[in-house]
Design a protein around this ligand. Sequence first.
Ligand code: SAM
Length: 631
Amino acid sequence: MTSDLLPPAIEPAELIWRDGVPESATFGDVYFSRDNGLEETRYVFLAHNGLPDRFNTVPEGGCFVIAESGFGTGLNFLAAWHAWRETEPDHPATLHFISVERFPLTRDDLCTALESWPELSPLASQLVEHYPPLTRGVHRLLFDSGRVRLTLYFGDILDAWQALDFRADAWFLDGFAPSTNPEMWLDQAMTDIRAHSKPGTTLATFTSVGRIRRALASTGFQMEKVRGYGRKRDMLVGRLPTGEDAEEPATLGSVAIIGAGIAGCLLARNLAERGVNVTLVDSSPGAGSGASGNRQGATYVKLGVEFNDQTELALSALMFSQRCYGPYRESCWHPTGLLQLAWNEQEQDRQQRFLARNKYPTEILYPVDRERASQLTGVPTQTGGLWFPGSGWLEPSKLCTQLIQHPGIQTAFNVNVTKLDFSAGKWHLSSSTGTDIVAERVVVCAGHLSPDLLPFPGSFRFKSIRGQVSHLEESSVQAPKAVICGPRYLNPVHEGVAVTGATFDLRDDNPEPTQASNEQNLSELQTMLPDILTRQPGASAPTGATQGRVGFRCTTHDYQPVADQLCDGEGNSVAGMYLFTGLGSKGLSYAPLLAEYLADRLSDQPQCLSAQLKRRLESRRIHRAQGGESS
Ligand code: SAM
């Protein structure tokens, strides 16, 4: 395998440009018509799927789903988004656009290709800005505050339709011509298209090849040949019969979320933007008071040497978190970059094996030597490490407070939920203060307190891990200008303090900061960065770290999060109840993607994770078998 094909990299498209029109060197075909690509898109794909008129029929809280084969330059997506903007309903509603691409364009090529459409340029520049690094798998991008959601699968078409969970209202079948790219038009692809459709789903394609028409017809589409665009004589359209089993749009109902940490607040905001009424409940007086209440927290994941599902989930979460926090850049998100220091021999060896077996785009990470590491962080380091240019640190509590400012979110603070009962199709939340909250669905998102709220007896495989951070006064530390991670992390100074931490204390439930924990943090920090403290703790002058803060992280036995409908001990789903916890010390990185995924499920919309990655999040893992650990 050449290094360019090591995971998670994906081969980019090789383009030939003729008169400003991109052509694929692999397939020898153009990405869009030389006559007028945008008009052709509007004619073939939009008009022949009844768009934009059908956009207006989307009910409140509902969505319209377009699926496409071959994302290419994104022209079809932009044309659909543009039409949605002009005609979208005036209530909350979402346009989902799902597309697959085996040879993605590089960002530079995408930018050049889209320069042909000045009319689309405000949208094109947003697509270019959010366009993901070229890594295999699913990428979810949000536009217009989530009213437009793009799910981009970088990989082969058959893998995409196996991996993704959605049902389309309209299909844009836009691979290169069947004669030049038969793999895009295999019978299996047609079967998958049918499986991802529903009564009344329509399709349109520029091709009029008889084999394609017959293959689609054999899956149940009523196919018709109609006049093609410009000089093309024919094209195909299709429609699945509506039949008697036409579906009622799902009614969303209200959702109660217990726990206003970063996970609960992100989920609340996400659902509210989709038009769901949310009640966010917490026993504290405000949002972001528990483990999410630290002054600073790094967005950091440790990517495994093997590119397995666990690593893919961590990577997807990291990329999504960087996009999600973008709008908060001026207020509480500080993308300073982050150095994962190769601080001892073991970590140096791990990083070398990691680099030999993987090929990550430099937008995500790249190795740096000691000199460069010192330049980037602004402090002396003993070694180099891995540099994550898009990572950084957050003010989590401030972010939580901002997230919940939405008219669709009601808050119930100072409410200590003690019991959850299900009756007459609703969850009833009873509290020690007498407040009762009723909702169709409930999400338990209460970190280490979550197990106590599960409404059946049993023993669960959660661990609560105490973590104390230490507050270093500005005068006591040579503060870095980027986050540095090793056995501890160290943040840049903010408001006179740099936060370092955190301890990892199993079987310790002391909620108060202790001097012993501060000393442990400082000792680890000095192992990692020997010259970083300008004044030793315990010296007669004010010590570097007399202040600290304790939070309790919730982790599972396998250190993977849970984001799923709850299962009882027999593996049966508990109606209307979801669990979102176990994020450990990586909550700031994982919570945005997992909130997006749970919101997809709670709103019955296309899902942003592949089947493989969803398995990592299942709740059935958390039950401990009677008499011992289950596997
Ligand atoms: N819809 C695109 C646009 O708006 O620019 C144009 C699509 S272009 C005609 C066809 C695309 O299908 C190319 O980008 C090509 O790389 C992609 N493709 C070809 N074979 C594929 C496969 N087996 N799986 C996924 N994508 C494939």
